[in-house]
Every structure is written in C-alpha cells, then in structure tokens.
Design a protein around this ligand. Sequence first.
Ligand code: SIN
Length: 348
Amino acid sequence: MKNFIFGTIATVLVLTIVFSIQQGFLFSKTLPYDDEQKGLDKQITIHLSHVVAENTPKGQAATKFAELVEEKTNGKVKVHVYPNASLYNDENEFQALQDGKVEMIIPTFSKMTSYVPDWQVLDLPYLFHTDDEVLEVLTGPIGEQLLDELKPFNVRGLGFWHNGFKHLTAERPIHTFEDLQGLRIRTMPSKTLEKQFSLVGATPVSISFSEIFTDLEAHAIDAQENTASNIFSKGFYKVQKNMTLTKHGILGYSVLMNEKFWEQLPPKVQKQLMEAMRETTDWQFKQAVLMNGNDLRKLQQENDFEIYTMSDAERQRFQEKLAPVYDFYQADVKQHHILSEIQKIVSP
Ligand code: SIN
C-alpha cells in the first residue's frame, strides 16, 4: 500500500514537471529574435500635433494616416491626432518635436525655412502652375533632397503633403498688385514670402495661423494669403470682405517625426509606417485638390464675400513685379541647383 502511494505521488510529480517544462512554466524558452518580438508587449503611441481644422487637406490626411497605421500594425501603433493647435502652435511645435514632447508634427514647409533656408524654393511666387507639377516635385527625388536637409535637427522627414494654391483675402478689393500697397498682410514666417509683399509696398506681418482670425477681426492686419480650404475652414471669409484668386504660390506640408523615436522603432513597424505614409500621400494629393475646389464653391455662395479672379494680364504684371524675389532667394540659399531642377519639371 505504502509503495502504491509513493509510486502514485512520484508519477504525478514527474508528469507535472514534464508538463510544466513543455508549457514553459519552469524554464522559459528563448525564442529566436525577430522584429515582431521586439517590444511585442508594448503598445506604441504617436502623438501627432497640427494647427489646422480636421476638415482640411492636412487634417483629413492626419486622420487617414492614423487609421492606416492602426490597420497595418494590427493596433500595435496608435496615432493620436491633436488638431487646431490644441497641443502646440506654429511657434512651439518644432521645439516640442525636437524635445520628444510629441512624436509627429506637420508644419507648412514655409514655416521650416528658418531652419532649412533651401526650402524657400517652394515659396517662390509663380513657380508652380499645376497640382501635378507640385506632386512630381514634392514626391520625387527633389522632395527627397529637401527632406535630407532635416538630418542635423534630430528630425526625420517622412514626406511632403499638399494643400493647394494660395490666394489673397482683404478688407478692400484687390484687382491689381498696386491695391496691396500700404496693407498689413499676414504671411507665414518665410523671408521669401515677406520679400514678396515688401516688393508691392505692403507690410508683411508674420503671425501664427491660430491668431489670424482674431487679428483680422480686430483689424490688426488688413489681408492675408491662403488656400480656399484654410480660408473656408477657419472662417476668414466672415472677417474679410474680399478674395482675389491669384494662384501666386503654393502651400504644403512636411510630415516630420522625432528621429530618436523613429530609430527605436522595430524595423517592421518602420516599414509599416512608411507604407501608411505612401498610401496617405497618394490619397492626400488628390483629396487636397478636391477639397480646395469644394471649399472655393462654398465660399462663392457666401453673402457679403466677393470673389474676384485676377485677369491673366494682371497676373503677368504681378509675376513680373515679384521677379526680384528669385534673386533674393538665390542669395540666401546653398543648393542653387534645386531651383533649376524644379524649373525643368514645371512649365515656364
Ligand atoms: C496650415 O495650413 O498649416 C497653416 C497655414 C498658414 O499658416 O497660413
């Protein structure tokens, strides 16, 4: 009987040990390394801050990117989007990115020109004529060269996005460039943009996007340049009486990530993020064109808001008046060849 009890206990013990080893309860097995395993248990969160409304080319693209990232990583990476400068504004978002307080921001390339002067090329007036030209330049080798210039800033450029062509809004009608004389015109902080308005005798005022509405309302500024989608979504038409379709320059974005954050991501996640980025970019350029068309039509239906299309002859005069901006730009940049490379792509 004693032998039977000992035998049973010994058998149960041996079976328990064998089972535990098989299940890895006793000795954990070291799995061969693979990318997916690194940080497997960790949810990765990307805080993405931007300054415009959600129903804009940038706002919608940020949301689309967040959805695609979640889908491609099976929920491992979550992108939290903070629109409308609710986290950081034009003045402090780049510092916040460099300090790792947010992982991603999407500033206009114009706002990056104090760090990367060569990007002023994208602010040159009347350089681009069609959205397709913008697409080819920003998503091709020239775009890559420009993004490479971010390296010294602990920042990775994931790509460029588009908004559209800029027009003018003002309190008074603007039919010729002479009508701009003496006006205080809000611009983004870019020496090239400031020069553009000095040349027509206006005073450029560089203020944050989130302050334009109140400054227009308070008559602290008289005019501003922007795309139809920004003018509509931020309600500038409620505090300005006139818009002139000038198509004198482009407005677009650089999609930026903190470099240290990028480097510590598993390679597989980096690949998934870049796939999401490429898909969003393809979609975004088309969506930006559609949204600007729709928002312009909505602006045309507003009462007490006049939209004037500058004549071709007047646009030609405006372009000639602004020609010295090109010499100004050339004197301020290092990579002079970028302009000539763009000029090979765009129509004269
Ligand atoms: C933006 O589209 O991000 C803002 C543009 C501006 O500051 O005018």
